[in-house]
Ligand binder design. Structure first.
Ligand SMILES: [Zn+2]
Ligand SMILES: [Zn+2]
Length: 291
């Protein structure tokens, strides 16, 4: 498993590689645009060149993910919001492809009263169009949701339905966020529950669709239905379950990317990477003792 972190891109995109490397991350996630503004410019040639040469330098960063702009809601019944969302996603995908990212992670959005079924059909129609419009060379990963309000993607079934309706487009996969699982009421306290979660993911969505893990503890209790990340070991998710999940043999080839507040509130840090590796090692040891 590669342990990674969301890092600031900022005006100097390539600086994200150094920031990741400094905290011993082996994978990074960045924004390729403003996280909270519709307007995202294309990455300039200069910055691209810089990025490409810095990637040669920071070879310890083995994979790069881009988190799509938070405003995007392709499930919205509002035509103007949908239009802005679509255009914004196209730019996100274009930029991610330009920097050679592995994937763009996207929140499936909220149906805002139009109903789950309509939203799923609308999303599934939009995704391949956006991938085509951007000539994307990266994947698009739908992130499971914590289940707030009318959000889409709380269950594996909902994510599977979206993928199914894209015609099982091979460019579309899933990102599993541990905090969102917990908040959505999907329990992984012991080995039995962990194995059950992975088995149901495989049966309902398929392991080949799993593109990355978002590794976050939870500021809210089990089933609370809201998206609130805590530093590892400081939230409600018991360490035993988290370790057993990370060390599941089917997840070994994936990146686990931290999106935690960090000790100083500035985002993921070296401490959380160390804790992640500790949880993983604990899980591996516990699994050994079961055999
Ligand atoms: Zn996440
Ligand atoms: Zn989240």
């Amino acid at each position: 498993m590669l342990f990674g972190a969301h890092v600031r891109g900022g005006s100097d995109l390539a600086g994200a590689l150094k920031r990741g490397s400094t905290m011993a991350a082996e994978s990074i996630q960045i924004f390729v645009g403003s996280p909270r503004a519709w307007h995202t410019p294309l990455i300039s040639e200069d910055r691209l060149e810089n990025w490409r040469s810095e990637r040669e330098v920071y070879r310890d960063i083995r994979s790069v993910f881009c988190h799509a702009t938070y405003l995007i809601n392709l499930a919205s019944p509002d035509a103007a919001v949908y239009e802005q969302s679509f255009n914004c996603l196209v730019i996100n995908l274009t930029n991610a492809s330009l920097i050679g990212a592995d994937a763009v992670v996207l929140h499936p959005g909220s149906h805002r009263g139009q109903g789950l079924e309509n939203a799923i059909t609308q999303l599934a129609k939009a995704i391949p169009l956006a991938l085509d419009a951007s000539d994307a060379t990266c994947k698009l990963l739908l992130e499971n949701s914590a289940g707030a309000g009318s959000s889409v993607g709380r269950t594996f079934e909902q994510l599977a339905q979206v993928i199914h309706h894209t015609g099982s487009d091979e460019r579309v996969g899933v990102c599993l966020d541990t905090q969102h699982l917990w908040a959505a009421g999907i329990s992984f306290l012991d080995i039995k529950e962990v194995d059950k979660v992975i088995e149901s993911f495989k049966r309902i969505i398929g392991l080949d669709k799993l593109g990355c893990i978002h590794l976050n503890d939870s500021k809210v209790p089990f089933g609370a239905g809201v998206d609130r990340h805590a530093n590892l070991g400081e939230g409600f998710i018991p360490e035993e379950g988290m370790g057993l999940l990370l060390s599941h043999p089917d997840l070994t080839n994936l990146a686990a990317v931290l999106e935690v507040p960090g000790e100083s509130g500035q985002g993921p840090d070296r401490n959380n990477i160390v804790k992640a590796k500790g949880l993983y090692a604990r899980g591996v040891a516990a699994r050994r003792s079961f055999h």
